[in-house]
Design a protein around this ligand. Structure first.
Ligand SMILES: *Cc1c(COP(=O)(O)O)cnc(C)c1O
Length: 345
């Protein structure tokens, strides 16, 4: 077998959820959109439900359907994109809770499924999803008199604790929601870390559960190892890979490992990235190609059978920084080709 090996530590996932839960006095939910940030929504959500999560969030109704099938009837599943045309049957049959983002979505929901639970997403300045203050003022009374379960908004800059936008959005959320009796939510992972003012009645962490920043104390959840397919010896002056991008300056041993940009190991990782053999790092040389990466293993005392990409010595955020992106994108890019193993849970 030559595929890479993605190992997901469900115990670390549950530990991260408990750690985020312990930072607040309110309900801690879990965001499992984009297939559980690339790690497998069903497996991830079952482990989190076992740890105590009662309410999950997904991006689109189709994800909600899969999640309901994985989790059964005893949890609430909320959909950030709300009640889109064509969603009504899924929302009704799978008992999903859409977060209505516009007056149109709210009208569609109340007309199609009058008794069915829903939530409302408000825009407090991010200008991505949610009702603006004037729209909310015109429908709040009607919405809150129905089966409204949650009123939420989302922070644009929560990963920067000192950013003035945080306080600005907090004040706007108060202005829009103070005095209502429906539960309120403003915080994702970053918002939890901003402190109790941001916690309201429930929090919605995603990335922190999966071991990513801004939750600096998170335990790693994803481990990725790539098998070595071939090792060759190069003489001084020989080149490696597309574009002859690397030239041997000394007699070198080059390992070719199975994994490439089709597996979410972005082509931007070609320069300055290390893989690991135990605790020893070895540099990627040449360009990352679709299925293969070449690594200079000359300095290793023994020939490796595999090399690690994500592990104790290289977090998703460290790898992301090398590709000029964020941990979220590394996780959700991991792709379907890896052999996956789930430990714990
Ligand atoms: C993705 C998302 C979250 C989770 O955010 P993290 O930064 O991953 O914790 C919470 N709320 C909304 C609206 C989201 O889109």
């Amino acid at each position: 077998m030559s595929t890479g090996f993605l190992s997901v530590d469900l115990d670390a996932l549950a530990t991260n959820w408990r750690a985020l839960d312990a930072m607040t006095d309110v309900e801690t939910c879990a965001v499992v959109k984009a297939d559980g940030y690339g790690l497998g929504a069903g497996k991830v959500a079952r482990a989190l439900a076992k740890a105590g999560v009662k309410r999950f969030f997904v991006a689109v109704a189709e994800e909600g359907v899969e999640l309901r099938q994985a989790l059964g009837p005893n949890v609430e599943i909320c959909v950030f994109s709300g009640h889109m045309r064509g969603d009504t049957d899924m929302i009704a049959d799978m008992v999903l809770t859409p977060m209505c983002n516009t007056v149109g979505q709210l009208t569609r929901h109340l007309e199609a499924l009058p008794e069915h639970p829903f939530g409302v997403q408000l825009d407090t300045g991010m200008n991505r999803l949610g009702l603006e203050i004037g729209e909310w003022a015109s429908v709040a009374e009607i919405a809150l008199a129905q089966n409204c379960r949650l009123v939420m908004s989302h922070l644009a800059c929560a990963d920067e604790p000192d950013h003035p936008m945080n306080r600005q959005q907090l004040e706007q959320f108060h202005l829009m929601t103070d005095g209502i009796s429906v539960p309120r939510s403003l915080a994702a992972t970053g918002g939890i870390l901003l402190g109790p003012e941001y916690h309201f009645d429930l929090t919605r962490p995603g990335v922190g559960l999966y071991g990513g920043m801004p939750f600096a104390d998170a335990q790693p959840v994803a481990y990725l190892d790539l098998p070595v397919i071939q090792i060759r010896e190069l003489e001084v002056g020989e080149t490696v890979g597309y574009g002859n991008a690397w030239t041997a300056k000394r007699p070198s041993k080059i390992a070719t490992v199975s994994g490439g940009y089709a597996d979410g190991l972005h082509r931007a990782l070609s320069a300055g990235v290390n893989l690991w053999h135990g605790s020893q790092s070895v540099p990627v040389v040449g360009r990352v190609s679709m299925d293969l990466i070449t690594v200079d293993v000359t300095d290793l005392p023994e020939l490796p059978g595999s090399l690690s990409v994500l592990g104790p010595d290289q977090t998703v955020d460290a790898l992301a920084a090398k590709a000029d992106t964020i941990g979220y994108e590394i996780l959700t890019s991991l792709g379907s080709r890896y052999a996956r193993r789930y430990a714990g849970g």
